[in-house]
Design a protein around this ligand. Sequence first.
Ligand SMILES: NC(=O)c1ccc[n+]([C@@H]2O[C@H](COP(=O)([O-])OP(=O)(O)OC[C@H]3O[C@@H](n4cnc5c(N)ncnc54)[C@H](O)[C@@H]3O)[C@@H](O)[C@H]2O)c1
Length: 243
Amino acid sequence: MRQTVHGRRVAVTGAASGIGAATARKLIADGWRVACLDRNIDGARATAGDRGICVPIDVADEPSTVAAFAQVREAFGGLDALVTAAGVIETTPFLDTSVEQFRRLFDINVIGSFLSVREGAKQMQPGSRICMVASISSYTGGGYVATGSYATSKGAVLTMMKSCARALGDKGIAVNALAPGFIDTPFVASAMSDPVRRAQVVAAVGKVGTAEQIAECAAWLISPGADFVHGSTLIADGGVLMH
Ligand SMILES: NC(=O)c1ccc[n+]([C@@H]2O[C@H](COP(=O)([O-])OP(=O)(O)OC[C@H]3O[C@@H](n4cnc5c(N)ncnc54)[C@H](O)[C@@H]3O)[C@@H](O)[C@H]2O)c1
């Protein structure tokens, strides 16, 4: 018999906006019990509505992340899935990039993913699933809008996904990554507000995706239907990489 997702418990980081918000909304609509985690608590509350819960978190901060996942455990009694979508972009050209900027990206995109998976996995049983949001810039090294420091941080997320898959696989927890291409969210809105830049990007990538399209992929990766998928990366980029 096919397993249902109804009543399963999931935490989504970055749930206030863009891909995380679209994912959380889809999961709520599909019948999941959803914890919307974000440092933007008003945004997380708006996503959660009256069917989910919202929890403040700064994923780059260890005490904040530990406390946020403790709050989720208190509310749900554990987790069946996690989507790590909190992240920041960096558009500063390579030669102008400061160590401070580079570290900020790593604190949020890399350490933030690590802490979220560590704390989420502690309250999971066998059969649970984790989806870590990376980026196709992990493969391209940047370009289009994001620059090298961002791409490097997402490359680290992909490598971390594999090590998490190795570490948690024995416990029956599946870990995969999702690598979106260019997606129209507030994340890239400032760069895309320039019509010339937008035209260049669209010419380079062919098309720009939506957060809802990526939410479909995240929802599948944490669904029972993906139960033989482990340690893999799903690229959703409209055909840019043909990887
Ligand atoms: N938009 C794209 O083109 C694209 C492409 C590939 C990958 N991604 C990745 O998808 C993820 C989501 O991006 P998006 O486009 O939805 O961006 P977004 O800016 O719309 O949403 C990101 C969310 O993360 C939250 N966040 C940022 N730092 C945080 C922190 N320290 N603690 C808690 N929450 C924090 C923000 O408040 C925001 O709600 C990111 O990891 C990004 O790298 C985006």
